[in-house]
Each structure stands twice: as C-alpha cells, then as structure tokens.
Ligand binder design. Structure first.
Ligand SMILES: O=C(O)CCC(=O)C(=O)O
Ligand SMILES: [Fe+2]
Length: 349
C-alpha cells in the first residue's frame, strides 16, 4: 500500500452522470476507510479564493499582538471564536466517555490532570476562529474594521463557499456508504454550525521542536464530521500510517488542493466504517523550510481549516447502512451538543 494520501479529482463527482458519481463516491469512501484523508483537486473552491484567504490571514497575523487581541477568544471553552494567542489553546488526544465535534478533545474529572501535564509542552501556534454570522450561540468576534478593511465580508463569503463544497462532500459520502445522496444533508442542513479556522505557526528555533520542549500541533483526531484543510507550501503535516500504528507519514502540500479528513463525529456516525486518523504538525521535512543560516529556524507556516459539523440538536445515531447483524451499533445515540461539550472542555482552560 502506498504511503501517500490518495488524490481524487472532485470534478468527476460534480460534473459526472449518476454512474460516474457512484463510482467516484466509492473511491472517496474507500480512501477514507483506509487513510482517513483524501486530497481533492479540481474542487469548487477557486485558486484565487484560496490565495486571497491566505493573504487575508497573513494580514491578520502580521498585526501586532495588541491589535489581534482586540478580537479575543472569549475565556473558557463554550465559545470557540476570535483570536487565540500562542499557548492559549492546547490540543491533545485525551478522550472521555462521550464523543464530540470540531477539532480537539474531551474531558472528565481525571482527564483534567492529564491535560494540565500536556499543557507543559505548549503548542506554538496562533489561530483565529470564525463561524456563521447567524449562529447566536457562538457569536463571531471580529477585529475593528479599520484594522483590515473588508476582512469580515471576505471571511464570511469564504465560510459559505466552503459550506457549499461541504454539501457536495456529504453527498459523495452518503452515496459511497450506500445511502440516498441527500441522506446526510437532511441532518447537516445548511452548514450554520461549521467553523473556519485561520492558523499561523510562527518561526521557531528548530531545537525547541526537536527536543520536545514545544510542538506545533501534537497528534490528535478532529472532532468534526470532517475537516477541510488548505496548507501553504511549508509542509510539516503528518498522519498516522494506515499500516503501522504509531508511525507518522508526511503529507506533502499540493497547491490549491483541499485535504479532507474524517473526524471522530463521522467515525461514530458511520459505526467506525469511516476512519478518523490521528495527525500532527511538526518539523517541516524540507531543508529550505527548516534552516535560516546557523540559527536553524523553521519557516513560519499558514493553514486554513474548516470543521464541518451538524446542528447541535441533531441526534448522531449509527447510520442504517453501517449497521447489520454482523456489525451491531457500537455507539448510543448522542446529540451533537452533548458530544461537543465533552470534547471542548479539554482544549481551553
Ligand atoms: O495546520 C494543519 O495543517 C493542521 C491543523 C489541524 O490539524 C487542526 O487544526 O486540527
Ligand atoms: Fe486536526
């Protein structure tokens, strides 16, 4: 088996006839069953929209911390919006008794101590989270408009572009697992509860990462139904090998591709038919991205994540085509809200 994440031309799905759509949907599902990850090329998000979003992201992160902090992530874990400075959020792979949805992890009483321990190795990243403007439970926290003119309108537009693309992916997943094409969309509705995340990993002394004194993002699974990711050309993303647990393989960035991975919510929903694969961000493999003279500084890295989930009151119950006598349901029904709360409490104090 190749160690490369499969690359699938998504236009075969969007423009194909019924037979072609069915065939591509099967390919997509097989890739998600094996790797948990797929690179989509020729997808509906235009190269210029992706480049412009990276440019806007850089404009935001280039601001002084005093300006970025004018759009602060609210204290605690119940609202996941706004700017998180380096060290604020700690991603980990500690899990609790219930399962959840965006990216990150879960809690119960005893896990809190483990999270405190994990926090001693900080994540060297900063992020800015955005949701739908209609989501009153998770209100957006925008920077003052004069700081980056047009930022709010632009990001809101990009959010909905991705929500539309997510609908097509949900159609492909439903077809590929033997359901009616619209089955998952009835639960997803229109994408109001997704989360757009701009990420910046600042330059860092390579030794700090090599010696394990800090990480960019440690190994974790996402909580989303699935995640759509655009990465710049720096590299450093690794996924757990499908054949050798504990071994990580590099995912080379492909310009303008959308890298999609199954999250824990979809794994649960599909009765573990689809695989949520552990991944992390560490040292970039390419030398030119790691060294600046004698200092051995890793280049800074930008990525854009979009975490797809259902409305909070949706009941996530193992899908009918993934359950039969030989594969009884492994998970009790749970609302997305219950699942999400169990996950969110681990990442923010
Ligand atoms: O920055 C990346 O490439 C990955 C980010 C990620 O895994 C996450 O935010 O869950
Ligand atoms: Fe992730």
């Amino acid at each position: 088996m190749s160690a490369q994440v499969p690359i699938i031309d998504f236009s075969r799905f969007t423009t194909g006839d019924a037979a072609a759509r069915q065939e591509v949907a099967k390919e997509i599902v097989n890739a998600f069953r094996t790797y948990g990850f797929v690179h989509f090329i020729n997808h509906p998000v235009t190269p210029s929209a992706i480049s412009l979003t990276f440019r806007q992201s850089k404009l935001f992160f280039d601001l002084p911390i005093s300006s970025k902090s004018k759009a602060p992530h609210p204290p605690g874990f119940t609202v996941h919006r706004g700017y998180s400075h380096p060290g604020l959020e700690k991603i980990s792979n500690l899990t609790a008794s219930t399962n959840g949805s965006t990216n990150g992890t879960a809690t119960n009483g005893t896990d809190k101590a483990a999270v405190e321990l994990a926090r001693q190795v900080p994540d060297i990243k900063e992020s800015y989270d955005i949701g739908s403007e209609h989501n009153t439970e998770q209100p957006n926290v925008w920077p003052p408009p004069n700081l980056i003119p047009g930022f709010r309108g632009f990001m809101t537009g990009f959010y909905w572009t991705l929500a539309e693309f997510a609908r097509e992916i949900l159609r492909a997943l439903a077809l590929g697992i033997g359901l009616d094409e619209e089955h998952l969309l009835k639960i997803y509705e229109n994408g109001e509860y997704n989360q757009l995340r701009l990420l910046h990993y600042p330059e860092v002394d390579a030794r700090i990462l090599e010696e394990g004194r800090a990480v960019r993002i440690p190994a974790h699974c996402d909580w989303s139904a699935f995640t759509m990711l655009f990465q710049d050309d720096c590299g450093g993303l690794e996924i757990e090998s499908p054949t050798t647990p504990g071994k990580f393989i590099a995912v080379e960035p492909i310009e303008h591709a959308c890298l999609v991975n199954i999250g824990d919510l979809m794994a649960r929903w599909s009765n573990d038919f689809l695989k949520s694969t552990c991944h992390r961000v560490g040292m970039p493999p390419l030398l030119q991205n790691r060294c600046a003279g004698d200092k051995r500084t890793t280049r800074s890295r930008y990525s854009i994540g979009y975490f797809v989930t259902t409305p909070p009151d949706a009941v996530i119950e193992c899908l009918p085509s993934c359950v039969d006598e030989s594969r009884p349901a492994k998970y009790a029904p749970v609302t997305q809200r219950e699942y999400n709360i169990s996950k969110a409490s681990m990442s923010y104090n």
